[in-house]
Design a protein around this ligand. Sequence first.
Ligand code: CO
Length: 134
Amino acid sequence: MLKKFNHLAIAVKNIKKASEMYKHAFDAKVSSPKSYPKHGVKVVFVEMDNSKIELMEPLDGHSPISNFLKKHPEGGIHHICVEVENIYKVRDNLIEKGFRILGDGQPKIGAHDKLVLFLHPKDFNNTLIELEQE
Ligand code: CO
């Protein structure tokens, strides 16, 4: 069911500073920031030939990544994202096998304007996995 690796996401306190750091260190191509109020984050993508790194900054104190940044004030790896062919089929299959989906279990429009959902990290070695409809 896992089709393609899409991105690795890093939570950061200051997305502008983090973007500048990647540009300065690697001459990296970084997309312009985009806000996703429904997800409570502002994101940019550091582009590579075969993949990307998502940098995320919380939009406010209620953002789902605010707590993460309290525990990891310098930022840190937050989730990995893998593409699937049919997100509803994969979700139903996972639920049938006893895995937990975060939130209400309904796929939402994510940072690539495609449907995404998140799996419970406790079911996957404390790794937050985002599934994205390819
Ligand atoms: Co993501």
